[in-house]
Ligand binder design. Structure first.
Ligand code: SAM
Ligand code: SF4
Length: 338
């Protein structure tokens, strides 16, 4: 059982406070990024999904138990029908001071439609995933994406007042030579850029060993042209940041493979079927849907959450090399949303 103080956060067996909930609101997506999904994906039947009202009830229970930050992700969160219903309800929690931040990770394809509504609902920062600035390569990596639409989405979001962080997955032979240019682009438009190592999650159509690019190498390459100064800046996530002297901007590195950051993990991940994963890189999970549906009172649910937090593992053990050329976990990133 986790140690819970009267109104303090949930504490896991390793003494880490769990204050951050990531919610994958759908496993569906309008893109098929090659490192994330196979082209021919089988998605969950719609009937297995929690309703938006059920997701809201789950989130509220986590907030009651000390969660202060919620990130909506997916699949693509903005393709879920009526998603603004959930976003507005959670935004109201921010406005009431019950939640510090509501944010989302998106591929940007729907931002022209939703940017103003997101800001009005109380969202202030979003992450937009973008792996290249070359429209042709964008098509290659996302298979189904439209680069122009994403650029228009970024424009609309900035115009609406949303602060954007760009996330790029570092991919060997794909964008290694582009990272400097992407950094200049991001910093020129007042956006942070974070690069991420690929993680071995779910079967895809490609060989992950061919894609894996350690960020130690990305950093060494950048340092040939730029001065990177380590800074203690934190956004509540695992990125380690540097300030780039020449651009005056910030760049983050998320290195699950070369540097394991589990010791400061503050998060758990909920899927759109109500399964709670206590670690991105482990298979152990708790079924919260049954507890949610068992009663209108939240007592069962609260007990099921406590039991799950009491099982949060120390960390993941991702490895990508020729001997380990199998996913570390069978589920795709789109199930838990990264
Ligand atoms: N569709 C949204 C998007 O792309 O931003 C949200 C969900 S997506 C699964 C969240 C993040 O996970 C994206 O930045 C994506 O690039 C990243 N991602 C997906 N598969 C990954 C993998 N195998 N390793 C590392 N990052 C991955
Ligand atoms: Fe969709 Fe995001 Fe996965 Fe790309 S990374 S396929 S946009 S869920």
């Amino acid at each position: 059982m986790p140690l819970i103080s009267d109104n303090g956060p949930m504490i896991d067996p390793f003494g880490r406070a769990v204050t951050y909930l990531r919610v994958s609101v759908t496993d569906r997506c309008d893109f098929r990024c090659t490192y994330c999904m196979a082209e021919n994906m089988t998605f969950l039947p719609k009937k297995d999904l929690l309703t938006l009202e059920e997701l809201e009830r789950l989130c509220s229970t986590f907030i009651d138990k000390g969660v202060r930050k919620i990130r909506l992700t997916g699949g693509e969160p903005l393709v879920r029908k009526n998603i603004m219903h959930l976003i507005s309800a959670l935004g109201a929690k921010v406005k009431a001071g019950l939640l510090d931040e509501l944010t989302l990770t998106t591929n940007g394809s729907q931002l022209t439609r939703y940017a103003d509504e997101l800001f009005a609902a109380g969202v202030r920062r979003i992450n937009v995933s973008l792996d290249t600035l070359d429209p042709q390569k964008f098509k290659e990596i996302t298979r189904w994406g439209d680069f122009g639409k994403v650029m228009e989405g970024i424009d609309a979001a900035q115009k609406a007042g949303l602060k954007i962080k760009l996330n790029a997955v570092a991919l060997k032979g794909f964008n290694d030579l582009e990272i400097a240019g992407m950094m200049r682009f991001a910093h020129g438009r007042d956006m942070d850029l974070t690069v991420i190592e690929t993680m071995p999650m779910g079967e895809i159509d490609e060989d992950r060993t061919d894609q894996y690019l350690p960020l130690s190498q990305v950093r060494a390459d950048l340092e040939k042209q730029f001065t990177l100064n380590d800074i203690p800046y934190k956004t509540g996530g695992p990125a380690r940041y540097v300030e780039v002297k020449e651009t005056g901007g910030r760049m983050g590195f998320i290195t699950p493979m070369t540097h394991n950051f589990c010791e400061s993990c503050n998060r758990v991940r909920l899927t759109c079927t109500g399964t709670l994963y206590m670690c991105l890189g482990q298979n152990d999970a708790a079924d919260l849907r049954t507890a949610l549906r068992a009663s209108d009172s939240n007592d069962y649910l609260s007990a099921a959450i406590d039991e799950a937090i009491g099982r949060k593992p120390k960390g993941h053990d991702f490895i990508i090399d020729r001997q380990h050329n199998k996913p570390a976990v069978a589920r795709h990133m789109s199930v838990t949303g990264g």
